[in-house]
Design a protein around this ligand. Sequence first.
Ligand code: SF4
Length: 495
Amino acid sequence: MTILLSTLNARYAHASLGLRYLLANMGPLQEQTSLHEFVIGAKTTEIVERLLAQSPRIIGFGIYIWNVEESTRVVAMLKRVAPQVTIVLGGPEVSHEPGEQEIVRLADYLVTGWGDVTFPKLCGEILHGPKPLMKVHAGVQPPMAEIAMPYSLYTDNDIANRTLYVEASRGCPFKCEFCLSALDKTAWPFGLDTFLGELDTLHARGARLFKFVDRTFNLNIKTSLKIMQFFLDKLAANPDDPVYAHFELVPDHLPDALKDGIRKFPPGALQFEIGIQSFNPAVQALVSRRQDNAKAAENIRWLCEESHAHLHVDLIAGLPGEDIDSFARGFDQLVSLKPHEIQFGILKRLRGTPIIRHTEEHGLVFDPYPPYTILATKLIDFQTMQRLVRFARYWDLVANSGRFANTLAQLLGESPFANFMAFSDWIYARTDATHRIALERLAKLVAQWLETRGMQRSDAEALVGSDYAGRVDAPAEKARPAASVPQRQARHLAA
Ligand code: SF4
């Protein structure tokens, strides 16, 4: 095969949408192009051997924050054992600050930004001349209607076993300084009817789990409603074989028409990922995030109380101007709204994002290695930041996992952040670990913690035991939700 498109995905279940877009847009070169996905953690020699077994002339790599280190090793090895193969890079991680990156130094060419048109053009020039003179090629953004959609490239195996990423639009009109989408300044929609036609074909082929990567699903309400109606029609026609759709929402924009649509979805069919990031207006202003906090809180409460949507809400620790007290207040406020999951992220310095303008004034110290996590700020020292990192991990294990649904309220009490931080510090002191804690052991530790907080041992064990008895994957299982519902969401549904 002449041209290979390759990347290392974070998990096997993540099918790369970016590579499929490139393949769909290769034009006359498509027949000579094939796709080769790997998963991080794979042996470098195996990846290189498998790629070279195709006898490629060109290999294009999709580079992301999660794979840049391993991809650098792959490219370095390729350049040693097969220097005749031309290496082209693309993807968000190498689209900014390319001069500072080892992988860019090793590669032959780089396409920054949109690759749909520029990558095939560059490949044509590499194969047939004239030889491209420049190493870095700024990706040309074509009219959306000229971009071929990639959905037919999802194989039957992808449909059966992997998350299907889809997008009705690219870009975001907001300018949150920690986010790469802030550089877009606007959003560009794909032709809606064509897009829905593609979804229809995927559904007919058996796809039931659709993850929208649009940064703001509820930007254009007319479009949102049409997309939701597509799924409602599928649910009505096939109630015993339901679909599951995941969208990202901005929290302060939920007009009544959208609420009416959302209300119609049954349990286990809809998930929203909602970014709050910070409830502190001063922090929001510093990072240029426009958000009506009162409206956002009201909408999250409405979604929790009046809809069946599964809610995954994001907060970020380590933003400039945020100290522990202000973060704790935001966390407690969010817990009181009762979303199913709180994604407690730690700020990362994504290449190209304007957040670095605060570095000096706010004492931002980032890890120099991917994923460039914040290590300290003027208001949160390194040790405290590490406590927050562990908090986030334990929160995921205990709260977001849905495995301790009955116990969680007891664990959090009236001061969720303070109480969970105390639990997090205690469990870390006991285990010295944040990973590889078996579920049985974790349950015992949770019960012991409750005991140290004054609960009778028998009561603590009974409470934790009630979660065990009710959990979805327990042997004495309740009615299992539809197969399209991801496991963690299924646990929340069953709680
Ligand atoms: S955080 Fe969300 S709203 Fe803000 S720029 Fe990024 S995608 Fe847009």
